[in-house]
Ligand binder design. Structure first.
Ligand code: ADP
Ligand code: MG
Length: 324
């Protein structure tokens, strides 16, 4: 298979028809129809083999996750996904690998009606870069800089499980080796993140700020705090519990996974106290739990407190590519 057969295979396997795609894969550029009165949310994320996923990761999971992490960014903006472009760098063309990759990508693309409208194909170390585009009504995007003093900090679902899944893959020391069920569950959390797209849309008009948790809750919440010019406090006892985490890790490990582990792709948002019930109701209608874990104050930084209100030292930072 050569480059052009590959592009045709990607086009065929990943096709999702949309009325707002005038011209998709096959020309020098795609022609798209933006929605009148909307803003266009644009985001890009790269997955590098050995950095963002272990080299041995299943091709289906890589295709799924590449789109999932990008859709998670649109979710965090409250944007409705529409289009994607895919830059694929492969060491060699392996038809079986490509088919599985496309199937993983297409499974999630169909679910969210994302049309793959173009891309680029090159030879090199396995790297997948996606750009996604989504619609959001003017002025309604969920930005990082909108949190206000007194807002509550909420997080969707459970955080920390993907990090525990990675620890399993890497063979890191765990308090107890996971049984088969826990292992399968934690690996699923690592490899098949579910972007909170519907939740992001539902939180428009309710949340004052949002971010997706990709690099660790502590660090990502810090971005909302910094952009909003505020301090955030997390009550560690309020973090959503995880039976699987408690079984495979001790208390310190669990806290580290939940606060500093990455790859969860849950949403963390700021919500005014009088809108928390609304936020939790829209989440519940989507089958998702939204937990109040803290609040915003005047000041700066992210602070951790225990049930007695005593300061808890930070278990460590989140993921940073050029960190030491
Ligand atoms: P050009 O030489 O103009 O850059 P290419 O040969 O790279 O064109 O691409 C031909 C068409 O295939 C374009 O529409 C491009 O967007 C699309 N394409 C190339 N690679 C990919 C890919 N990995 N995924 C989706 N579309 C792709
Ligand atoms: Mg090209």
């Amino acid at each position: 298979m050569g480059e052009f057969a590959l592009i045709e295979e990607v086009r065929r396997r990943c096709s999702v028809p949309r009325a707002d795609v005038l011209l998709g894969i096959g020309d020098d550029a795609a022609l798209l129809l933006p929605r009148g009165g909307n803003e266009l949310a644009v985001s890009m994320d790269t997955l590098v083999s050995g950095v963002h996923f272990p080299h041995a990761t299943d091709a289906f999971d890589i295709g799924w996750k590449a789109l999932a992490v990008n859709l998670s960014d649109l979710a965090a903006m409250g944007a409705e996904p529409a289009w994607a472009t895919l830059a694929l760098t492969l060491p060699a063309i392996d038809a079986g690998w490509l088919a599985a990759f496309c199937d993983g990508f297409a499974a999630l693309a169909r679910e969210h009606r994302v049309a793959l409208v173009g891309g680029d194909t090159t030879r090199g170390p396995l790297t997948v870069t996606l750009t996604v585009h989504g619609h959001v009504p003017a002025g309604q995007a969920l930005r990082r800089d909108g949190a206000r003093v007194g807002d509550c900090v909420l997080v969707s679902g459970v955080v920390g499980e993907a990090a525990a899944g990675l620890a399993c893959v890497l063979g890191s020391a765990l308090r107890r080796a996971p049984d088969e069920t826990d292992l399968a569950y934690l690996l699923e959390r690592l490899n098949r993140p579910v972007p909170r797209v519907a939740l992001g849309l539902a939180l428009r008009g309710i949340a004052s700020a949002a971010i997706d948790v990709s690099d660790g809750l502590h660090q990502d919440l810090g971005h909302i705090a910094a952009r909003s010019g505020l301090a955030a406090t997390i009550r560690t006892g309020a973090l959503p519990p995880s039976a699987a985490l408690s079984r495979v890790g001790d208390e310190a490990q669990r806290l580290r996974w939940q606060l500093a582990g990455g790859d969860d792709y849950e949403l963390c948002c700021a919500v005014p106290p009088d809108r928390v019930a609304d936020a939790q109701a829209v989440a519940a209608a989507l089958g998702c739990v939204l937990t109040v874990i803290g609040h915003f104050d005047a000041g700066s930084g992210v602070h951790l407190i225990d049930a007695a209100g005593a300061t808890v030292p930070s278990p460590c930072g989140g993921w940073e590519h050029f960190g030491t």
